[in-house]
Ligand binder design. Structure first.
Ligand code: ATP
Length: 451
């Protein structure tokens, strides 16, 4: 680590602390993530998802991992440095972002995601904090939870930050995939437009309730698998009518609303793939420039002429999951209208005491107003650390390029986040016990919503 001069702490996540640093050799500014867990062998390190997935990624919209260093059993990732994350951009913002700004960012992120998904990975923890911005360029970061598409289900461990967690994950689907990233993108896009989270659940149960309030509770025709998933864990959705997205997210184009609605489809099969999203009319004015041609970063997707997304269309199309939304006939069965026929019968409820069915625009506006404004994330505040102290023990520095992947030793489990219990819906999950409560205006929200 003596090759780097540490400048200051810029982030403190679940798994590591991130520092801005300077390479003494090249003068380049980098971000160094110091992992909280100790690693006693290289084999352990190279089996880390972040290493396994990121070392294969090379795309202008994915944060570049430059080097991995293990020193005194401490693991450091050296990344290209990015100025800030989307959450930081949103939190102190008073003026709403323009549609052009959101379009520009999302066009880039979807390209990064299309690349990730095409390479057989999905991210699983997309959130504003993991989308890093520098000089108009946005990149996907934090592959700590990335998962290979072909890896063996069931996926039962902790996945994704609650507010951006897809319903199939909340309902403990043992098999989920890239559509979980598309769901998160829909939630983030809405948040960028309103500067308020779209589904700010205070527990898993409340998260589903919040989703129902916006989308309307799912019925069989909307998400048959979802009802089966719920059935399998003896859970019944609260009966909520849903809202009009155009009221929740006022002042944006129909295309933007339509894209958010598609991304946040209950049924993962009905969400567009990243490639399909790039072909959505919302991006009609964007020009896709293949990564190889992007020597000057700011030359794409900025107030471009209305040339369509030809370049994207030239890419290998076709999603990993069915349901192309932008072909002749939309397959998305989501309706903005309240769901008329919710299943009758005895409902095993979330705490319904505070659950009013949202009936009209006035209530919807109140709902929007009740969503929390941004608060600085409690555990992200920089703190004094003992970064880079070598204690005079053996110095081992190796480059990622020299790594060879080991022989399938089990991955180290994340130390902090609580696991979502496998099949644990027998009264233990907060889907049964968590209170679904309306948010009090001005209530202090901790931004970290991992549980
Ligand atoms: N390459 C980078 N350049 C600048 N800042 C970065 C970079 N990578 C991460 N950060 C900052 O550090 C924060 C935490 O990083 P990261 O998400 O990788 O850590 P984590 O421990 O995996 O967090 P999480 O709790 O989200 O899993 C990010 O939100 C971001 O603000």
């Amino acid at each position: 680590m003596e090759r780097y001069k540490i400048i200051k702490e810029v982030g403190n996540g679940t798994f590591g602390t991130v520092w801005r640093a300077l390479s003494k050799q090249s003068g380049e500014v980098v971000a160094i993530k110091k992992m909280k867990k100790k690693y006693y062998s290289w084999e352990e390190c190279i089996n880390l998802r972040e290493v396994k997935s990121l070392r294969k990624m090379n795309h202008p919209n994915i944060v570049k991992l430059k080097e991995v260093i293990r020193e005194n059993d401490v693991l450091y990732f050296v990344f290209e440095y990015m100025e800030c994350n989307l959450y930081q951009l949103m939190k102190d913002r008073r003026k709403l972002f323009s549609e052009a700004e959101v379009r520009n960012w999302f066009f880039q992120v979807f390209q990064g995601l299309a690349y990730i998904h095409q390479r057989g990975y999905f991210h699983r923890d997309l959130k504003p904090e993991n989308l890093l911005v520098s000089k108009g360029i946005i990149k996907v970061a934090d592959f700590g939870l990335a998962r290979e598409i072909n890896s063996q289900p069931p996926f039962t461990e902790y996945v994704s930050t609650r507010w951006y967690r897809a319903p199939e994950v909340l309902l403990q689907s043992p098999t989920y995939g890239p559509p979980v990233d598309m769901w998160a993108m829909g939630a983030i896009m809405a948040e960028l437009f309103t500067l308020r989270p779209l589904f700010p659940g205070s527990s898993e149960g409340d998260e589903i309730y919040k989703i129902c309030c916006v989308l309307g509770s799912p019925v069989k025709s909307v998400w048959p698998d979802g009802l089966e998933l719920a059935n399998a864990i003896n859970y019944q959705f609260p009966q909520v009518a849903g809202a009009r997205l155009s009221v929740l997210i006022p002042g944006v184009s129909e295309d933007a609303i339509n894209l958010i609605r598609s991304l946040c489809s209950w049924d993962p099969c009905k969400r567009p793939t990243a490639l399909e999203a790039l072909q959505h009319p919302f991006f009609q004015s964007c020009i896709y420039v293949p990564p190889a041609l992007r020597s000057k970063p700011a030359t794409y997707a900025r107030t471009p002429p209305p040339a369509g997304t030809r370049g994207v269309l030239e890419q290998k199309s076709g999603g990993r999951y069915p349901g192309s939304l932008y072909n002749a006939k939309p397959t998305n069965s989501f309706s903005a209208k309240p769901q008329a026929s919710l299943g009758a019968g005895v409902q095993r409820k979330l705490d319904m005491n505070n659950q009013d069915v949202i009936k009209n625009d006035k209530n919807l506006k109140n709902y929007v107003k009740q969503q929390p404004r941004y608060r600085p994330p409690g555990i992200n505040a920089p703190s004094a650390g003992n970064f880079g102290k070598t204690h005079g023990v053996t110095d081992v520095t190796e480059k990622l390029a020299n790594l060879t992947v080991g022989s399938g030793r089990p991955l180290a489990k994340p130390a902090v986040p609580p696991p979502m219990k496998a099949g644990g819906w027998n009264g233990q999950s907060d889907l049964f016990h968590g209170r679904s409560q309306e948010l009090n205006p001005g209530r202090s929200y901790i931004r970290k919503v991992a549980g």
